[in-house]
Design a protein around this ligand. Structure first.
Ligand SMILES: [Zn+2]
Length: 197
């Protein structure tokens, strides 16, 4: 899935959630910004993603190395023997929670004295955005190991995504003309809802 679709869907999901649970304008907007950025996070394991281009090749290489190690350590005999690290560890819900908790701790440490809710808002927004990013790639042909380390049909990596027939092509017609515009519209509607509330 393309970076712009990830970003727009991260914002859309956060804003839709805030339309249901009233958390106030400041939390809604700060959270939307964080969820937008966090939705790009899982693709740090790709050498040419928006996240890698923004943060540089060093974080990308470190994440890739870690992803390959964790894959090797936890794969079953049913999983492929090797991986290039892409669409691995960072595309799991476990990773979304871990990154969210770490971001919450950093936020609390830096600005907790000034904003009591920093840890909760930052932690939730980053976790949700990251999970939306990973789940978005679950819709594409290659799929993602979203539920790692659960063992599904003998495998811990992949095989938890929609049936292959229903998966879409990255930057294909469905993504370009349905998902991306849909997420953009939801984002704009959400922002207008915050403005008039
Ligand atoms: Zn992606």
């Amino acid at each position: 899935m393309m970076g712009r679709t990830h970003a727009a869907s991260g914002a859309a999901v956060w804003l839709t959630g805030c339309a249901v649970v009233d958390v106030g304008a400041a939390t809604t907007l700060i959270g939307a910004l964080l969820a937008t950025m966090a939705a790009l996070g899982p693709d740090i394991d790709h050498p040419n993603s928006t996240a890698t281009r923004s943060l540089g090749q060093l974080p990308h290489r470190l994440v890739k190395r870690l992803a390959i190690k964790v894959y090797a350590a936890t794969r079953t005999s049913q999983d492929d023997p090797v991986t290039d690290g892409h669409r691995g560890l960072t595309h799991t819900l476990v990773c979304a929670v871990v990154v969210g908790v770490l971001a919450g701790i950093v936020a609390h440490t830096l600005i907790g004295w000034w904003w009591g809710g920093a840890a909760t808002v930052v932690g939730c927004a980053v976790t949700i955005g990251w999970a939306v990013g990973a789940a978005g790639d679950a819709l594409t042909r290659r799929g993602v190991p979203l539920l790692w380390p659960l063992r599904i049909r003998g495998r811990r990596w992949w095989d938890v995504c929609p049936p292959r027939r229903l998966r879409i092509r990255t930057n294909g017609v469905v993504e370009r003309f349905l998902l991306y515009p849909g997420a953009l519209v939801a984002t704009v509607v959400g922002l207008i809802a915050v403005a008039v509330a």
